[in-house]
Design a protein around this ligand. Structure first.
Ligand code: URA
Length: 205
């Protein structure tokens, strides 16, 4: 048998981290969510994408970005010629936060305490994957990664540095595009999103 490589060790450490996250009680959100939705993708990925939190469908599937926002995300990264199977996709908060309205579970925004509590996981993911480039999708991801409030309009489209080192880019969250009522604006904003992703991809090499 061949000796384990560094890559094998990182993969094993990541799997252990994911298993540990499955029983996370660092904040109260685990109480109502179906399961922890951990990051997904190769541990040697050059790009890491960070969303906000799992939605209804992600909570049920246990996989990030598979619901409506995930469809927009998939279309946008495909337009930027990014192969999803080669990037690491995760969320700032790993349990679904929602308000029950009848049978429906309505997305509720994670607060700064929940984002802070969950930062521990994203820091571990960052240390294991060590991506060339991290892309923050929206303000929650920005707050988690930078530890401060971010202004997407002002900070998007340029290379930024993470407090722990490493390059990051900020862009909109795909659900922002879903919410835009005007089709023309939707199209423009989608194109801008794709432009941001293309720049981040070029920076990742
Ligand atoms: N929105 C997110 O931010 N993350 C997901 O995984 C799904 C929707």
């Amino acid at each position: 048998r061949e000796a384990p490589t560094i890559g094998d060790n990182v993969q094993a450490a990541w799997a252990a981290l994911r298993d540990e996250a499955a029983t996370c009680t660092r904040c109260h959100l685990y109480k109502h969510a179906t399961q922890t939705v951990f990051g997904e993708g190769p541990v040697d990925a050059r790009m890491m994408f960070v969303g906000e939190q799992p939605g209804d469908q992600e909570d049920l599937a246990g996989t990030p970005f598979v619901g409506p926002a995930g469809q927009v995300f998939n279309r946008a990264i495909a337009a930027a010629e990014i192969d999803r199977s080669r990037v690491y996709v995760t969320n700032a908060v790993k349990h679904f936060k929602f308000e029950q309205r009848g049978k429906r579970r309505i997305h509720a925004k994670p607060d700064t305490g929940e984002i802070q509590a969950c930062r521990w996981w994203i820091e571990q993911e960052q240390m294991l994957v060590r991506p060339q480039v991290t892309v923050a999708l929206g303000a929650t991801a920005g707050r988690s990664l930078f530890g401060r409030a971010v202004t997407i309009g002002r900070e998007r489209g340029q290379a930024l540095r993470l407090p722990e080192g490493g390059e990051a880019w900020i862009t909109v969250h795909p659900s922002y595009l879903l919410r835009l009522p005007d089709p023309a604006q939707k199209e423009d904003e989608f194109a801008r999103f794709v432009e941001d992703l293309k720049k981040a991809k070029a920076a990742a090499g």
